[in-house]
Design a protein around this ligand. Sequence first.
Ligand code: CP
Length: 304
Amino acid sequence: MKHIISPTDLTVSELRELLDLAEEIIRDPKKYSNICHGKKLATLFYEPSTRTRLSFEAAMLNLGGNVLGFSSADSSSAAKGESVADTIRVISHYADICAMRHPKEGAPLVASLYSSIPIINAGDGGHNHPTQTFTDLLTIKNLKGRLDCLTVGFCGDLKFGRTVHSLIGALSRYKNIKFVLISPEELMLPAYIREEVIEGNHIPYEEVRILEDVMPDLDILYMTRVQRERFFNEEDYIRLKDTYILDMKKMALAKPDMLVLHPLPRVNEIATEVDSDPRAVYFKQAQFGVYIRMALIMKLLEVV
Ligand code: CP
């Protein structure tokens, strides 16, 4: 049995198979419409979510399976003090596979140690968000045609943004990748990721403050929200939240085929005027999230 706690829990070859399956689903979704009949997905969400929880649920329903779960810690027995370990021991008897989001880093890993069903990390604190990364990779592969030879800019909250941490880890395994890290000083990428993942894999990178300076160089611009819920101090959040706002003036500096991704939700960091630019693919990206989760559920349940 396999759990997905980090994006690199799949080898590059397994990831290629997953992406190929997702693209097959895009071409012929009806082919898989009953493949998970009789199977149940539990969504245990201890933290708010729109896309991840509902796309997991849509994915399982699209496969002919069923879903059960909770959407906040308050509506589960976590509010009475039940541990993640005890919860998953019980849920293992109720479902065949589980997607878990938790504000504490490592909670899905703990769950995997006590589970008799596959656990998928649906986001753990400021740590990892592997299925968002698989979504991002599918978006890039499908719309750009490749996952190598790319200059990828990450802009905004690189300190707390778990989607950034996960995508950097995943892209570091491809050839001729360059990272451009665009953030204020206070929200720079954590040193352990820079040193272990980027420098450890000899990936060229630069750290900059001004988005406009690097716009012409980028093949992908990955915008992120400043993660209010991870700040200890509201004043710091207010001071930093509007550091970067992508608008059409900045888009005019970019390559004609640059793609703008964002894991969403968006707050202020992308002006709504950008939405109609064909390079803005964040809503398409959210749609791809359903297909990649369908592929992942099928792989983990070994029904394909
Ligand atoms: N991208 C993402 O994780 O969105 P949600 O928080 O809405 O699930």
